[in-house]
Structure formats: structure tokens, C-alpha cells
Design a protein around this ligand. Structure first.
Ligand code: HEM
Length: 156
């Protein structure tokens, strides 16, 4: 497959992941929060969260596969010992943190599990537990940091 197609898939996966996280955090959750609690808002947030979780993890796997391909292809492997390689390691370090935080959010806290419907609402959000909300914000910050380092990487 041509390199430009691999880059395109890598970028599309990054857009799907970061765009979806930001939509959830800055559009869906605030709208649900400002909707009367007797509405179906909580259920819509929960079902959207579950659906997006699949998209997010597929995007992460695609990012790892296409990123590894770019890393190991001829010019990439040859540059591993250079400044480019060091910046790439920084990018991977930030990515691992984002990955770990999302893992905790999705599979340990699991705010969109069916049982959480019956959980008492938190003070900051009637639809998503406060811890999960904070964790999702942290994932957004980390993925944006990865994006920043990636933009720099593309320049050097
Ligand atoms: C949130 C996760 C990620 C984001 C937002 C992201 C974003 C990007 C962006 C914007 C580029 C620049 C494409 C270009 O202009 O050529 C890029 C390139 C690249 N990415 Fe990622 N990426 C992510 C994860 C990964 C992972 C997990 C790996 C490694 C396994 C990886 C390895 C690479 C490599 C090797 C390049 C090529 C850099 C170059 O040509 O100088 N990325 N990435």
C-alpha cells in the first residue's frame, strides 16, 4: 500500500478518536447535563458512550498499526537514532499515558455500563460520574499533546 494511504488512515483514526472524545465532552455531555433529569438524556449519553467506545478502540488499534508501519518503514527505521527518533519516543510516551487513561476510563470505571443507570448522580454531572468526566478530559489533553508532538515530528 502506498505510504500516503497509510498516513491518511493514521490521520483519519486520529480525527475519529480526538473528534469523538471532544464531541462527547464538549457537546453531548453538557447538553445532557442541562436537560431536565426526568428526560432520556442519561440513557442517550450512556448508549452513545458505549457506541463510541468501539470506535475509539478501533481507532487506537489502527493508530498503533499504521504508526508502527510508518516507524519501521525504510526512512523511519533509519532515523530512529536521530532527533526525530527522540521526539517520536516522546510522542509514544504521551500516547501510552493517553492509552492507559482511556483503558481505566472505559474498562475500570466504565461509566456507560448498564448498572451505572441506577447509580446515584454525581454533583458535577447527573449523567456521567465525575471521576470519569475528569479522566475523559485528561485523555483529551494527552491526545492533543500527542497531536502537537506529531505536528512537530512531521516538520523535522
Ligand atoms: C493519539 C494518537 C496519535 C495521533 C493524534 C497521531 C498523529 C499523527 C500525525 C498528525 C502525524 C503526521 C502525519 C504527517 O504529516 O506525515 C503522525 C505521523 C506519525 N505517527 Fe502518529 N499519531 C498517533 C499515534 C501514533 C502511534 C501509536 C504511533 C506508533 C506506534 C505513531 C507513529 C507515527 C509515525 C512514525 C509518524 C510519521 C512521522 C514522520 O513522518 O515524521 N503515531 N501521527
Amino acid at each position: 500500500m502506498p505510504d500516503y494511504l497509510i498516513t491518511w488512515i493514521h490521520l483519519a483514526a486520529a480525527i475519529a478518536l480526538i473528534g469523538g472524545l471532544m464531541f462527547s465532552q464538549f457537546v453531548l455531555t453538557p447538553v445532557a447535563r442541562n436537560t431536565p433529569s426526568d428526560s432520556r438524556a442519561s440513557e442517550i449519553v450512556r448508549l452513545s458512550g458505549r457506541r463510541f467506545r468501539t470506535i475509539a478502540w478501533v481507532s487506537l488499534i489502527v493508530l498503533i498499526l499504521t504508526g508502527a508501519y510508518q516507524m519501521l518503514n525504510e526512512s523511519g527505521a533509519a532515523r530512529i537514532e536521530t532527533t526525530w527518533g527522540v521526539v517520536l519516543m516522546l510522542k509514544l510516551f504521551l500516547f501510552v499515558i493517553a492509552f492507559g487513561l482511556l483503558l481505566i476510563h472505559d474498562f475500570i470505571i466504565d461509566p456507560y455500563a448498564p448498572s451505572s443507570r441506577d447509580a446515584p448522580p454525581s454533583a458535577s454531572s447527573p449523567t456521567v460520574p465525575a471521576r470519569a468526566d475528569t479522566l475523559q478530559k485528561a485523555v483529551i489533553v494527552m491526545t492533543l499533546a500527542v497531536l502537537l508532538v506529531a505536528s512537530y515530528l512531521a516538520e523535522i
